[in-house]
Design a protein around this ligand. Structure first.
Ligand code: DOR
Ligand code: ZN
Length: 346
């Protein structure tokens, strides 16, 4: 079955134009993140953003962008019913203020948004969480665990009926917490966190294109993610967190976080699952578990992956205006190729 991407940054304008095809030709649906420079904080903005995406899709495209709303401390519980009735969004996104790209309008204290979360649980709207506790006093490698212990665990104990996705998990602590939590908690895992540990960011020099948030952790955490993602456990599924940034923004004095992984995400995953001898579970991770968590039908359309005898030619970057966006995958041998329908290419 065709895969879905349960965590994707498509951006706007020129970048959106250049990156959309990579997801829309391979994935059936994607949950589109709302952290634009002017974030998607109202139902109207969500509708406008969806229109901007869909007008760029080819006429025969089978791709559906599923929209999200950016939660702020001013979000009113009253809009939840409107969102539900209008089928405007699929989930609401919780960014702790200051945790990542464009998160300044995010949440400072989870207590202020409890009434909204209660209303979401009542109306069965899922919450997606960037699970890191921001703050210079907290070590960057501990922020995921701290968020789980000090925020997530408390939200779940107050509102156990709220459906939650803990996004882009990076630690063994998160895996264990999710496995033992109630059925409403699930998690996405990215391709890059299955492939990189924290040493890769400093391999023979500093590698800005391996910098993302949450930052990659120790090898023991990567191994645990690998084991979990390939196990078929229905609480874990793919969210690429593909996050394109211009090279000049990443290769700078203060480079920003994000890895543009959409172009080879599925190819790389096929290689990972093959190496783990778990190809049988690939479909669960990319096509079934996520749809089940979001209470949506599993796709019926298909995609074909073919294993080549020698590595395929991997693109290094895409051009955007006078700059470029580097592609994750260029440093690896990729043997799996996606067969697109005749007359289609990227
Ligand atoms: O690496 C990241 N990039 N992590 C995030 O949470 C946000 C994303 C982005 O929007 O660039
Ligand atoms: Zn993200």
């Amino acid at each position: 079955m065709k895969p879905d991407d349960w965590h994707l940054h498509l951006r706007e304008g020129a970048v959106l134009n250049k990156v959309l095809d990579f997801s829309s030709k391979v994935f059936s649906r994607a949950l589109v993140m709302p952290n634009l420079s002017n974030p998607v904080i109202s139902p109207l903005k969500a509708m406008e953003y969806k229109k901007e995406i869909t007008k760029r899709l080819g006429r025969n495209s089978e791709f559906t962008p599923l929209m999200t709303l950016y939660l702020t401390e001013s979000t009113k519980p009253q809009i939840i019913k409107e969102l539900k009735r209008g089928h405007i969004i699929t989930a609401i996104k919780y960014y702790p203020a200051g945790a990542t790209t464009n998160s300044t309008n995010g949440i400072k204290s989870f207590k202020t948004i409890l009434p909204v979360l209660e209303e979401m649980a009542k109306n069965d709207i899922p919450l997606c969480i960037h699970g890191e506790l921001p703050g210079e006093e907290y070590d960057i490698f501990d922020r995921e665990k701290l968020f789980i212990d000090l925020v997530l665990d408390r939200i779940i104990s107050i509102i156990p009926d709220l459906r939650i996705t803990l996004e882009h998990i990076t630690t063994l602590d998160a895996i264990q917490y999710i496995k033992h939590a109630n059925k409403n908690l699930a998690a996405t895992i990215t391709v890059h966190h299955l492939m990189l540990n924290r040493n890769h960011m400093f391999q023979k020099g500093i590698r800005p294109h391996y910098y993302c948030l949450p930052v990659a952790k120790r090898e023991k955490h990567r191994k645990a993610l690998l084991q979990t993602a390939t196990s078929g456990n229905k609480k874990f599924f793919l969210g690429t967190d593909s996050a394109p940034h211009l090279s000049r923004d990443k290769e700078s004095d203060c480079g920003c976080a994000g890895i543009f992984s959409a172009p080879y995400a599925l190819n790389l995953l096929a290689g990972i699952f093959e190496e783990e001898k778990k190809l049988d579970n690939l479909e669960k991770f990319v096509s079934i578990n996520g749809a089940t968590h979001y209470n949506l039908p599993v796709n019926t359309n298909k995609i074909t992956l073919v294993k080549r005898d020698s590595p395929i030619k991997v693109r290094n970057h895409i051009k955007v205006n006078n700059d470029k966006v580097m592609i994750f995958g260029k440093d690896f041998d990729i043997y799996w190729e996606i067969k697109l329908p005749k007359n289609e290419s990227f």
